[in-house]
Unconditional design. Structure first.
Length: 295
């Protein structure tokens, strides 16, 4: 191989590597996510990603840069790195997080995009009479929360802009307790059965909680330790039953063997099992006759 052929081969290799790198850098991966309000959003950040931009729903221009490579802390969300896996996460999405998340490389070329849509969250819960019902705020601020209740014969607003307004109703006087991350309805009863609709400041439905009453809670369903003990008890019970059956069969076999041994036969243990044999005289010994019977 002459110098010219080697140079041409090297040029081909360089062109091929350049094409591979270009395909990797400029390949786009478009994803779509539908998350219930308050759920966690995760976006994978490949090695080629240098920044993460956000375009709100209904807009076409990025409004903010949430993350850039080399930042000590992202402007929004968190970044977790495990080995070669790197992810950007947002703990609880709201309607304000609807839009497109675009990743760009070192040359500001788009690497991938994720379009996120947020939907209302539906919750079904059962309470025992006298317990408290908690309605989670699902990531919105308490000052932005409005809670409405719809029952069999009632349709009222319990909380508006984070403050109780159901005090005019005697059934809810001093029972509606707004908290930092939830709204509590204390000591529920039959009149509290129905739907609780949580809305944000723009009257968008955040969640709908349907509550029913029950006599008692299923303790085994929510106790993993009890479930584990029950699971461990199943094989132990089976072994115990099998062991009892084995010993019972063994005892029956031993008793039957002892009862079926014939009486009077020679015992293999080394002694007669019945009466001794009659005496037989040897050679030259007088024969002894048995005594005559008594009159």
């Amino acid at each position: 191989m002459n110098g010219k052929s080697a140079f041409e081969m090297l040029g081909c290799v360089v062109v091929l590597l350049g094409a591979i790198l270009s395909a990797e850098c400029f390949a786009k991966n478009d994803l779509h996510e539908r998350l219930a309000h308050g759920r966690q959003l995760k976006i994978f950040l490949p090695k080629t990603s240098e920044r993460l931009e956000f375009i709100p729903a209904g807009q076409s221009v990025a409004s903010d840069v949430y993350w850039e490579k080399g930042q000590h802390r992202p402007k929004r969300g968190s970044v977790f790195t495990t080995g070669s896996d790197r992810r950007w996460t947002l703990d609880k999405v709201t309607y304000a997080d609807e839009g497109t998340y675009i990743q760009k490389d070192f040359w500001q070329k788009e690497v991938s995009s994720v379009k996120v849509a947020v939907t209302p969250r539906h919750v079904f819960t059962k309470c025992v009479a006298g317990e408290d019902l908690s309605v989670s705020l699902e990531g919105i601020e308490l000052s932005d929360a409005t809670l409405r209740f719809s029952g069999e014969n009632i349709n009222i607003t319990l909380v508006r802009d984070g403050a109780p307004v159901g005090l005019d109703h005697l059934d809810y006087h001093d029972r509606v307790r707004p908290q930092h991350t939830r709204i509590d309805i204390r000591e529920v009863n039959t009149t509290d059965v129905g739907h609780y609709t949580l809305l944000d400041r723009r009257d968008r439905v955040v969640s709908i909680v349907r509550m029913e009453l029950t006599d008692h809670h299923d303790s085994s369903g929510g106790n993993p330790l009890l479930a584990l003990l029950l699971l461990m008890g199943i094989p132990a019970g089976i072994c115990c039953c099998c062991r009892k059956k084995i010993f019972k069969k063994k005892a029956t076999y031993t008793s039957t063997t002892l009862q079926t041994t014939p009486v009077g036969q020679y015992s293999p243990a080394g002694g007669p099992a019945g009466p001794p044999p009659s005496y037989q005289p040897g050679p030259g010994e007088p024969t002894v006759s048995p005594p005559p019977p008594l009159p």
